[in-house]
Design a protein around this ligand. Structure first.
Ligand code: ADP
Ligand code: MG
Length: 329
């Protein structure tokens, strides 16, 4: 048995005893994160063709959605905030449309225009003092998904206010995992996993014929798995990057911004979402962080086929109504 630790203390278990094909996998840094791409196939060449195609696909998506690369379409949108509409690829247009649908669903908790706060909150350790309240307030006033204007007929995007900015940090990895999975399936990989730094999409089965499983680590004792989740052609996504936070005045701030206040969220350590689609799971994990434990679980309980598990700052575990945890691996 082999256990691979995921970003936030989840473990994926692989049992390589019975072969339906061999497991081939590659760990690689993409989109600034650790990706692990796994293909199970009897033919090594097919497996590696699939893995390499997935890497190419993720690299392509990164180019499209990156807000660091000044030449990306996303950066062009940001550079033209308050100036003009920008024509983009249908793919990016649709991604933005779906992100706005999640904003509607979460009453604005999820909002890709959170990115106007990028200049103020830094989660790379470079921040020593609390930003001034009026500076936070001013930047937060630029966050509003309703000011993202989309024109479907010519796929243009316009950020109506100067100083507005969009970023895909909360949905991009999930989208990339979904697309990489699709590319691999097209190339004949019927069993595999794309793990984008804890945003995991799995399909088919392990070599031993069992579903892929993700272990939930006990927050009080990370070495101990307290329960197992079957990933049956779906996604398990966890938000709560333990490395990206800032300590100010003795308080721990996560790298997720509450658009209503402009301040990072507090109270939750991690959110895991289980649902068929990794992109939706990624966006909802971030949303639950912002909505908080009570409202967050209420939202998930209203959504069919979507479950969640929350670890609070006090290491308490909360789960949605229909989530079944099992202590068997
Ligand atoms: P993780 O990086 O731990 O997987 P998420 O998937 O929740 O976490 O993504 C967090 C990222 O989402 C942040 O680094 C930032 O880029 C972006 N983000 C922060 N606040 C919001 C928000 N309110 N709505 C949408 N995206 C956000
Ligand atoms: Mg997310």
């Amino acid at each position: 048995m082999r256990a691979i630790p995921l970003a936030i203390g989840l473990l994926i278990l692989a049992n390589p005893l019975v072969a339906q094909g061999q497991r081939h996998n590659k760990v690689i840094k993409l989109m600034g994160s650790r990706f692990e791409i796994t293909a199970i196939h009897e033919d090594a060449q097919t497996a590696w063709d699939g893995i390499n195609a997935a890497i190419a696909e993720i690299t392509r998506i990164e180019k499209l959605i990156s807000s660091w690369d000044p030449n990306s379409q996303t950066s062009k949108i940001n550079q033209n905030a308050g100036v003009s509409a920008v024509k983009v690829d249908r793919e990016l247009f649709e991604l933005i449309s779906r992100a706005i649908r999640i904003s509607n669903l979460t009453d604005g908790a999820f909002d890709i225009s959170y990115a106007s706060m990028d200049r103020i909150w830094k989660f790379d350790g470079s921040m020593a003092t609390m930003p001034k309240a009026d500076v936070v307030k001013k930047a937060a006033s630029k966050i509003d998904y309703k000011n993202i204007e989309l024109v479907d007929s010519n796929t243009t995007v316009y950020l109506k206010e100067k100083g507005m900015k969009i970023g895909f940090g909360a949905i991009g990895k999930g989208y990339a995992a979904q697309k990489a999975k699709e590319v691999m399936i097209t190339l004949g990989i019927e069993n595999g996993v794309v793990n984008a730094a804890g945003d995991l999409a799995a399909w088919g089965r392990q070599e031993n014929g069992e579903h892929f499983k993700v272990g939930i680590a006990d927050p009080k004792n990370k070495e101990h798995i307290m329960s197992w989740l079957d990933v049956n052609n779906g996604a398990i996504v966890t938000s709560g990057d333990y490395e990206r936070y800032v300590m100010l005045d003795g308080k721990r701030y996560a790298h997720i911004i509450d658009p209503r206040t402009g301040y990072p969220t507090t109270g939750i350590k991690s959110v895991t979402i289980i649902c068929p689609n990794p992109e939706l799971a990624d966006a909802l994990a971030t949303s639950v962080f912002i909505l908080g434990k009570k409202q967050g679980i209420e939202l998930i309980n209203q959504l069919y086929g979507i479950e969640c598990l929350i670890v609070t700052d006090e290491d308490k575990i909360l789960i949605s109504n229909n989530l079944e945890l099992s202590d068997k691996s």
